[in-house]
Write a protein that binds this ligand. Structure first.
Ligand SMILES: N[C@@H](CCC(=O)N[C@@H](CS)C(=O)NCC(=O)O)C(=O)O
Length: 225
């Protein structure tokens, strides 16, 4: 019997998107609690009592444990519901998949979150144009690296690692979603583009898109973080 999970989420969160994809891929039942990061709900005492880091996603377990950090949550979900697996079996393959996922989750995404934007606005008075420039500067070199890693490896298949979806695809697709929302040109990334087109045909990925969430306002394009 699977636990009754509580998923703290918000439509515009790319980290929540990663968890949403995995929950859907694995068909794991959960309830969603929306924490509105655009109004600062994640910084209120009520949410800090759930996740003292004041970020989403978080995943509440029935015994009161709360998990945070999207990749840790993805691995937890993979352990409680091993099918379909999000990691290959072989150690070097597992490391390759994790490293591809971490490029966006660990190195790029942290530069694009609301608290960074707020600091840049307060301390460097950046406007929307400068924020977009900042985001492109974070996203494009990382995608260049991902493209090289994917295009030059015999391990790359229909997806990032072979022909089954892994954590690497969830990481790549969250970066791809970010690039679309920030209006990045993707022409220089044919391998990533091919893989993301394949991922887009999978319901779990398509339905998880920030702009398809019920709490996303109609005019939200360009705001997901
Ligand atoms: N590394 C974390 C990132 C968590 C994170 O920064 N989430 C963003 C939304 S995508 C957030 O809650 N930001 C609030 C803020 O920056 O104030 C993860 O992968 O879960």
């Amino acid at each position: 019997m699977l636990p009754d999970l509580t998923f703290y989420s918000h439509w515009r969160s790319l980290a929540a998107y990663r968890v949403r994809v995995a929950l859907a891929l694995k068909g794991i039942a959960h309830k969603v609690v929306t924490i509105d990061i655009s109004t600062g709900e994640h910084r209120r005492e009520s949410f800090l009592a759930i996740n003292p880091q004041g970020v989403i996603p978080a995943l509440g377990l029935p015994d009161g444990t709360v998990l945070s950090q999207s990749l840790a949550i993805l691995e937890y979900l993979d352990e409680i519901r091993p099918r379909p697996p999000l990691l290959p079996q072989e150690p070097a393959a597992r490391a390759r998949v994790r490293s591809l996922a971490l490029i966006h989750a660990a190195d790029v995404h942290p530069l694009l979150v609301p608290r960074v934007r707020a600091r840049l606005s307060q301390q460097a008075s950046i406007d929307d144009g400068a924020w977009k420039h900042w985001a492109h500067g974070a996203l494009l070199p990382a995608m260049q690296a991902m493209e090289a890693l994917l295009a030059n490896s015999p391990s790359t298949g229909r997806f990032c690692h072979g022909d089954a979806v892994t954590l690497a695809d969830i990481g790549l697709s969250s970066q791809w979603v970010a690039m679309a929302l920030f209006g990045c040109d993707t022409a220089a990334f044919p391998t990533a583009s091919r893989i993301c087109a394949s991922l887009g045909t999978i319901n779990a990925f398509a339905q998880a898109h920030p702009l398809r969430q019920p709490d996303a306002p109609g005019a939200a394009r360009g705001e997901a973080q």
